[in-house]
Design a protein around this ligand. Structure first.
Ligand SMILES: [Mg+2]
Length: 227
């Protein structure tokens, strides 16, 4: 193992607490479109279920919501709902519990980068909302990069830009294929944050898992360097 010089993060479900973020957006959505209803818990859970943790295409999600939900009066157009999502969702972005401390701590010693799959406008909007833009030396969003994880090209773009070797980088993400397999395929060290498996405790376990594994990884790299 070479000395680690850069720590590269995924965004959704790694630095961004997507479960809390989407739930917060769902509440805003319901307040806006369903204030004629007294009981909205069932609608809230249904929207969260249909979203499939963000992996469902939003156009498909809003088509389903238009068909299924008990709208009052004129039903909005899908485009209106997509525009509502683009502007409102980013405002709901919430960091993982204590992620700010982790970023601030490692920022002092390591190059920091972020590689995220998604739409340029939304991913950058969330990064701004979280207030973490200035903590990263490099941010790659798949839409503007023209390639997405797990394609090795997006990871190669990062190391080329950072002028590092893959083994000098540790990649931290929650998705076993997009993040872990993708980064490992070009030779990066990887840390798998198993957020979705521990679903409801995600924010609480994040700091522990992330920090412990990161420290182990960096310790190993330093020991090896000393040998
Ligand atoms: Mg993710």
């Amino acid at each position: 193992m070479k000395a680690i010089k850069a720590i590269i993060f995924d965004l959704d479900n790694t630095l961004l607490d997507r479960t809390s973020t989407f739930r917060s957006f769902t509440n805003v959505f319901i307040e806006t479109y369903f204030n004629h209803l007294e009981m909205t818990q069932e609608i809230c859970e249904r929207i969260i279920y249909l979203d499939q943790d963000g992996y469902k295409d939003k156009s498909e999600l809003f088509s389903q919501l238009i068909d299924e939900l008990p709208w009052s009066g004129v039903i909005p157009q899908k485009l209106d709902l997509l525009n509502f999502y683009t502007t409102e969702y980013v405002k709901c972005a919430i960091l993982m519990d204590r992620a700010r401390e982790v970023i601030t701590h490692f920022r002092k010693k390591y190059t920091m980068a972020l590689i995220t799959n998604g739409q340029t406008l939304i991913q950058h909007g969330k990064i701004n909302q979280l207030g973490i833009r200035d903590d990263f030396d490099l941010i790659i969003v798949s839409e503007e990069a023209g390639v997405k994880k797990p394609n090795p090209r997006i990871f190669e773009m990062a190391i080329e830009e950072l002028q590092l070797k893959p083994e000098e980088c540790v990649y931290i993400g929650d998705h076993p294929i997009n993040d872990i397999e993708g980064a490992a395929r070009i030779g990066m060290e990887t840390i798998w944050i198993k957020v979705k498996i521990l679903f409801e405790w995600s924010a609480k376990i994040w700091i522990q898992t992330c920090c412990e594994q990161l420290k182990n990884c960096l310790r190993k790299s330093l020991l090896k360097q000393g040998n």
